[in-house]
Each structure stands twice: as structure tokens, then as C-alpha cells.
Write a protein that binds this ligand. Sequence first.
Ligand code: GLC
Length: 522
Amino acid sequence: MRVTRELAEQLGMTESSRRAVSSGVVYQIYPRSFRDTSGDGVGDLPGIAAGVAHLERLGVDGVWLSPIHPSPMADFGYDVADYTDVDPLFGTLADLDRLVAELGERDISLLLDWVPNHTSDRHAWFEASRSSRDDPRRDWYVWRDPAPDGGPPNNWTRHFADEPAWTFDEHTGQYYLHLFLPQQPDLNWANEGVRDAMVGVLRFWLERGVAGFRADVVHLIGKDAALADDPPERIGVPRAGFHDEEITHTYLGQIRDVLDEYEATMVGEVNLPDAARVVRYVGDDRLPMAFYFGLLYAPWERDTWRDVLAYAYTHFDGADAWPVWALGNHDTPRQVTRYGSLARARAAAVVLLTLRGTPFLYAGEELGLADAEVPEDRVVDPGGRDGCRAPIPWDASPTRGWPTADPWLPWPPDTDDHNVAAQEADPDSTLHLYRRLIAARRDSSALALGWFELLDGTADVLSYRRWLDGDERHVHVNFSDEPRDIAAPAGTVVVSTERHREGAPFTGHLGTTEALVVRPTP
Ligand code: GLC
């Protein structure tokens, strides 16, 4: 739903919220796995352009692409070697321009992934930085002398392994900091040159017509100059999961000024467990929006979901901040795999698409895909995330609509039913459920913009209402694997995981793992 300045004013929305809401429902594409046209078994930009009709029919408003820049691929693109170009594996800048145009024709905006915390160790900036202590780029990264015993300068732990966040550079006799792989050195945002260079990167893409960015682990960019040791209870815990420095908000203010010049948006990956900390990254002088991963990490338990939602809205609504929700991404096992059944994943989708806040979908969840089983000799990711990154099957043919039957990762399970063409042909499919939910969200100001309130519900059933002005919807989700009857206001079923119930009166009965949206009788 597009929110004009006038409507935003009427609703008392902050500019940040307006910008966030305007991005509607966003669809994340992992470019290596969406669709291949070149025949090398790796997805590419022309492949994404070829899949645009699927996105249009799904009804999404925005697309976020995981990194497409030149990269040695130590972390599959999250190790960027050049921020202002496209890796030949994915295509060319001209392909990207074409994609922006193709999406634009369908009123779908494009968000790129911006990786501000670290570069590749093969980026020209780092190659210069490590060349000598006197190089002008030395201070663009975080270099420190060894501890007195010759070991790392502090006790921080990197991500993906219980190892120090530091690597010693023989040539210059110092350690450099990397909160992720040694091939991903952290930039030093305290250096003005780094900040200016990164602003230049944003401008480069905004000038080409992208609508904004997803900012990778953006809570990590500010570093306290002392780089003090972590307390003993945190030794061995990756720093990236709790690092949270005040100075980051100052840097984000500078970023926000640039975004505002272009009316662009940005969603921060703020990977902190406490919603109270995450909301601090959102505001008119900070980010327009930030992910909150409370539900992504929640097991399939009604009470946990209720608690996460209650706590999140206390903080987001309290700070006038608009949340961003996701149940899947390229870092996390897929919903079907996590919850143990397709029925639960479908019920979860009803929640995702009816919450107050911008929902992000991860390509393939609309097909009900489970994680691929990846045999040991085909494992490629240092973070163990290959399963959810399996290629998207487009049809049931031996090559699943790709030019090769043997892409870079094995196919997900059950591709006979779980492919775009098969789901398209079956009105009861997960694809059609997602389409109906997105359409229902678009048709209802209560769902798109309205307030959220938990309803009492019965044990095993999560119930809430959304409302705005005269429009109202109720959502009921049966977390149990048995039917349930609840005392709830009567109404008409708008969308259900059981399609045959749509349009019928709602009387309080929920089938096994059923989730539905009800328009209450006025
Ligand atoms: C983010 C990305 C993840 C990547 C990491 C380092 O968490 O989503 O894929 O490995 O940052 O860039």
C-alpha cells in the first residue's frame, strides 16, 4: 500500500514509518539460487528478470537482492571486492539497469544489499591497508599490536567458528579485526575516508534508480576505540550477536541524510535479541526500518509467539517505530524444516503477512520449500547454511526449469509438487495461499497499516486483532495438531490455510493447524 505524505500526516505517522510502510511486502532473492540463464548452474540477473512475472503475480512491492558485487565468494558475496560493480557470475551493470526497469514497470522497487561492516580481504582498500603501516589506507581497517604474549589484541570471538576475531599479518606485524571470516576484515568507521567512501557507494546505486538497501549487520559498524575484552561469560560467544555501540547511531544519522536526499529506504539487519535495543536503530535521524528477528528464532509454540509479539510491540509502538518481520532468510533453516511440517509453515505465513510491520519473504517460502539435504562432499558454506540456499525449482522437468540438472547446490526435497508451475496450477497450493494473503493485506487498511492487539484466545490458539479507523480484521492461529474451538467474535473468513472455508461465516472452529483471517461482523 502506497502511503502518501498526506495520508501519513493524517495517521500521525513519522516519516520513517511512512517510508517503511511504503515498501509493502518485500521478497528476498538469493541471486545464486533464483534462476540461471547462462547455464553455469548459478543464478544470475537475467534469470531474475525472467522471473519477474512470478513476483508480480505474487503481489510483492519490493525485492531485496543479496549481494551481486564482485567477490571471491568466501562468504558467497558478503565479502565484497568492489561495491560499485556486478560480479560477472551474475551479469553486468547493464543487466542490473534492465532489472530495475523491468521491476519498475510493475511498480516493484529494488533494494540492494549493502555490506558496510567489512569488505573482502581482496578489496583494493584492504590490499593497500595491509601493504604497509604507512599506507594512507592503513587506518581504514582495525589494526592493533599483538597482546604482550604475542596473541590477539583482545578476547573477542568471530562468527562461524570458536576462533579469535583477529588475524595476524606477518608482513606488518599487527593483527586485523574481523567479526566474521578472516577474509572479511572489518572497516574502521571512525575514519572519515571510510564513511565518505560508503556514502559514495550508496549514491552510486541511488543514482541508478535503486529504491534503497538492506544493510548487512549494520549494528556492528561503530567500534569503541578501546576494544575492551568481553567479560568471561561471553568468551566463545560470537561478538556479532551482542555488539551494540552508541557511536553507530551517529554514523547512521549521516547515512540517513543521504537516503533522505533520494527519498530512499533502508532496512537494517540489527541482529540483536532484544527488541528494546533494536528499536534504537530506527527513527527519523536513524534507519527507516530494522529487522526484528524475535519470530525467526522462535520455536513453534503459541506462548512463545505471543510473548515475542507482546514484547516487540511494546517497544516498537512505544518508540513509534515500524517493525520488519521475517520467518526465513539465507542464514536460517526454512520454516518447513524448522517447524517440522508444511501445515505449520503455512499457518506461520498467515501471521507473517498479517502483522503490523513490513513482512520480508525469502524466495521459495511461497512454494513451501524445505531445506535441501546437502551431502558432505557438496557442502560449500563456512556457516553451514547451504540447505536453505538450494536453487528454486520452476517446474517438474529433470532440470526444474534451469539450463542444467546439476546446479551449484542440490535441489530441495519434493520438487515434483514444490515448484512454481505445479503450485501455480493448484489453487490449494502454498503459492496461492501467499497470493491471497498478500492481496488481503493490500485490500485492508487495518492489515496494511493498522494497530495490533493480542486477543485472549484459548490455550494453543494465538489470536489478535488489527484495526484502523472503521476497518478491522481478526487473526486466529491454531498451534496444535488437533482441531480447536474458541470463543471469538463472529465474522466472515477472508483467508484461511483451508481455502474451502473462505467466504463462509466464522463460528470459532479451527481445524488442525489452521490459521485464518476474519472480517468481524460489524
Ligand atoms: C549477515 C548476512 C550473512 C553474512 C554475514 C556477514 O548476517 O546475512 O549471510 O554471512 O552478515 O556478512
